[in-house]
Design a protein around this ligand. Structure first.
Ligand SMILES: [Mg+2]
Length: 335
């Protein structure tokens, strides 16, 4: 099933690249479109050699529990250094941090021919490593982090951009998926969640027009692995994905503040031009509004559709896709 989705993806990619040459010829561009192809075509990743865990307790952890490691996706301005954070923990329920153990980090992306070794890092008492990545040109990159003791691997993405890059922002639950699991606490349904009709086509339409896709979700960081599996199963590129790294306490989520702050970071610090945003919750409406996104370009689906002067999506995405999305111009970048 997954293979089928990925094959479909590559066919669409091939179609994409040919259709973009025409737009490029008539309108010289200064910006580069997201480099989905270089990430998708990455050579096979060869794991490093396995070494013993430093602590016996870590070995026990890896024997008896599933890894839920994750890498926070990062977006930076060209010419700056990224700090890519990996978080390593085990256990569906316990999420016990992997402490004081070595992890090796690697990167592959735009204009690279092979995986580049970024170094060996020891996890701290929160199970985290902080990997600096410097001197990368505008483009997209995959980061792999491999735990030496059991060779479990986490994957994340780095986007290096120039100010002015155009983007479209999506919430996930209740916006792309039918249900807002946060409301019902259905964590187990995360990997198999159904989408609103034409939701994935809507995302793809923006990909094809050269827009950067940004997913911002109230899902906690430890749901990243499940979320990426979900993207794969739907044939979607799973980045740039931002989960709530601060949501240690799901009973008191600060979703609105976290979303507002992250959108402000993207627009104010990086100069990302978010031309449209999608959401479903009242917290989306307020977070997007407080971050300065245009209400005329804020589309809300579900019970809060149209709240506070936002634009309503009625039912599913079929009408919206064939009207608003179809009429949206290309992002004005070159491939
Ligand atoms: Mg939602």
């Amino acid at each position: 099933m997954k293979h089928f989705a990925l094959t479909t993806l590559s066919i669409i990619l091939l179609t994409m690249s040919s259709s973009f040459t025409a737009a490029q010829d008539t309108d010289p561009q200064t910006h580069t479109c997201p480099d989905y192809a270089s990430v998708y075509d990455a050579p096979a990743f060869e794991k490093p050699s396995k070494k013993s865990f430093r602590n016996f307790s870590s070995k026990m952890l890896s024997w008896f529990h599933q890894p839920y490691h994750m890498v926070h996706d990062e977006m930076i301005k060209e010419g700056t250094t990224a700090t890519v954070v990996g978080k390593f923990d085990y256990g569906t329920v316990i999420h016990k941090d992997l402490e004081q153990e070595y992890v090796k980090a690697y990167i592959f992306g735009t204009n690279q021919t092979n995986w580049e070794y970024l170094g060996r890092f020891k996890t701290n008492s929160d199970g985290k490593i902080f990997v600096p990545v410097a001197n990368k040109q505008e483009g997209d990159y995959t980061i792999k982090m491999a735990v030496e003791g059991d060779l479990s691997v986490a994957t994340g993405y780095l986007t290096v951009m120039k100010p002015g890059r155009k983007a479209v922002l999506f919430d996930i639950d209740g916006t792309l998926t039918l249900n807002d699991f946060q409301a019902v606490g259905d964590y187990l349904g995360v990997e198999t969640a159904s989408t609103h009709a034409y939701a994935t086509d809507t995302v793809w339409a923006y990909v094809n027009k050269g827009y950067q896709i940004v997913y911002i979700t109230g899902r906690q960081y430890w749901m990243t692995k499940m979320t990426r599996n979900w993207f794969n199963s739907k044939g979607l590129f799973g980045w740039h994905l931002r989960t709530d790294s601060n949501a240690e306490n799901p009973l008191q989520p600060q979703t609105q503040a976290y979303k507002r702050a992250y959108i402000e970071h993207l627009t104010n610090d990086l100069g990302l031009d978010i031309i449209r945003a999608y959401g479903n919750a009242d917290t989306d409406v307020y977070a997007y509004g407080e971050a300065g996104l245009d209400k005329n370009e804020t589309y809300i689906i579900g019970e809060h559709a149209g709240l506070e002067g936002t634009q309503a999506i009625d039912g599913d995405y079929s009408y919206h896709l064939t009207t608003v999305v179809a009429d949206t111009p290309y992002a004005g970048c070159s491939w």
